[in-house]
Design a protein around this ligand. Structure first.
Ligand SMILES: [Zn+2]
Length: 227
């Protein structure tokens, strides 16, 4: 197999793009799941993403929309929801039981996705006391996640003066996820937007430690609940 990523990882990516957060979606979130966008998120070539999407279409997991975007079929959506739930529970196993940091847990969980079958996942869920969220704030239950999406917005979509609480962190970029933790930009943190200058690729926010400038990419990956 030439792809570095499994069908499940592709499903996870398409699922993320299929359920945009908030009403206003700046670039970075909520763009249609085109092969180019999927390739960018998975750090693979456009050609290998296209090849994999073709295979997933043949397997009935996705169909192509008018703009060639990848749309989850019923079967694809069901499997994608199982995949994301599993990923979030494995992350909690890694942080709560094995002592990994939150940012380490995401990558490790991707590597371990195939290790546990559905029965094992149910046992892990029960042993962990049925956690509500992954370490990065994403609800374990995809129904809860999809309902909550409407209440959240990417920080990049907020105007100056808006106060908000960080609820979820984008996970697909490992370096960015690490940076969020380095900066203390973690779920539950209250912030205020001071200045928003997307043209200058700069957002300034205040949090407990004072003012901080963050890039638009980072602001697009912080999903917050406006106060
Ligand atoms: Zn997570």
């Amino acid at each position: 197999m030439s792809e570095r990523h499994s069908v499940d990882e592709y499903l996870e990516t398409i699922y993320f793009l299929a359920f945009p957060i908030g009403e206003y979606t700046p670039k970075g979130a909520g763009s249609p799941p085109l092969a180019s966008r999927v390739a960018e998120m998975l750090h693979v070539s456009r050609a290998s993403a296209g090849e994999m999407l073709k295979r997933m279409e043949a397997e009935g997991l996705i169909e192509r929309g008018a703009r060639k975007e990848a749309l989850l079929t019923g079967a694809g959506r069901e499997r994608a929801e199982r995949v994301v739930r599993k990923h979030r529970l494995i992350e909690r196993l890694l942080t709560d039981f094995m002592g990994y940091t939150a940012y380490e847990s995401h990558e490790r969980a991707d590597e371990m996705g195939d290790t546990f079958d559905d029965d094992m996942i149910e046992r892990i869920d029960a042993k962990l006391g049925r956690p509500e969220r992954c370490p990065h704030g994403w609800p374990v239950d995809p129904d809860v996640e999809q309902r909550e999406n409407a209440e959240l917005a990417p920080l990049a979509a907020l105007g100056p003066g808006t106060r908000a609480t960080i609820v979820r962190l984008a996970e697909h970029d490992g370096d960015l996820l690490h940076w969020f933790y380095d900066q203390g930009l973690v779920p539950g943190t209250a912030i205020t937007v001071q200045r928003a200058e997307p043209a200058a690729d700069q957002f300034t926010i205040t949090l407990a430690g004072g003012e901080r400038a963050i890039s638009e990419k980072a602001a697009a990956g912080l999903f917050v609940k406006p106060a």
